[in-house]
Design a protein around this ligand. Structure first.
Ligand SMILES: Nc1ncnc2c1ncn2[C@@H]1O[C@H](COP(=O)(O)OP(=O)(O)O)[C@@H](O)[C@H]1O
Ligand SMILES: [Mg+2]
Length: 219
């Protein structure tokens, strides 16, 4: 699968974030996006995920434009092909850590036993193998960030959108998370678009782009 963003326009709060933004990504590519706070990096990820609608332009996955998908098709695409690491984690407080990670697999129709086994394996990989039965409220910010990464990767998505995925992590855990994102790209042929302020994180990407003045440029 490839991703093509063309002529994207979006205004928020009466201010144009971008008027003509373009981005192309191929399967197996890892792209980092940097840029000052407020330039629209999180908005760009939301537009690519179909969580927000652009004012102009289009987002296409392969030949398929997101605008051409109805709600059900968009939901199905998100569940199967997309892993999203949100800046604010969005971990569900009433599910334990393992069930949070298992959720994408449950939504894709896998049995509870299969989903929990795969979730446990992902938790082991992010260094939280012993925390599966914990409530999210018992975890630190850095631990929740790693739960969010595990949940975004557990169903082996073709497209990973990650919003500052190492922002709350110490260097060792940041390296561990970046290695998992890179593995999803290099071993499983996914695309990863990662917003980051970290030079350590950007260094793992094939391309580093800067969002400034409503355009994506090579950094
Ligand atoms: N729902 C919204 N309504 C109005 N303004 C918003 C909304 N969401 C974000 N913004 C504004 O849009 C701009 C870009 O936000 P965002 O995409 O979160 O930037 P970044 O992730 O680069 O820091 C910011 O100025 C922010 O205040
Ligand atoms: Mg942001």
């Amino acid at each position: 699968m490839s991703l093509a963003v063309s002529g994207l326009g979006k205004a928020l709060g009466g201010r144009a974030l971008f008027a003509d933004l373009s981005l192309e990504m191929a399967a197996g590519e890892f792209v980092a996006v940097m840029g000052e706070s407020g330039t629209g990096k999180s908005t760009l990820l939301n537009l690519i995920a179909g969580l927000e609608m652009p004012d102009a332009g289009r987002v296409s996955l392969g030949e398929q434009s997101l605008a051409g998908l109805d709600d059900a098709a968009l939901t199905r695409w998100r569940r199967q092909a997309l892993g999203f690491v949100f800046q604010a984690f969005h971990i569900l407080p009433h599910l334990d850590v393992r069930d949070n990670v298992a959720l994408p697999l449950r939504l894709n129709g896998r049995t509870n036993a299969e989903a929990r086994a795969a979730a446990q394996a992902m938790l082991d990989q992010v260094g939280l193998g012993a925390r599966g039965a914990s409530a999210p409220g018992e975890l630190s910010g850095g631990e929740l960030q790693r739960v969010a990464i595990a949940r975004a990767l557990v169903h082996r998505p073709a497209l990973v959108l990650a919003d500052e995925p190492t922002g709350n992590l110490d260097p060792d855990n940041a390296a561990r998370v970046l290695a998992l994102l890179a593995e999803q790209v290099r071993v499983h042929g996914a695309m990863c678009l990662m917003v980051t302020h970290s030079a350590q994180a950007a260094a793992i990407a094939d391309r580093v782009l800067l969002l400034a003045g409503g355009r994506l440029q090579r950094a």
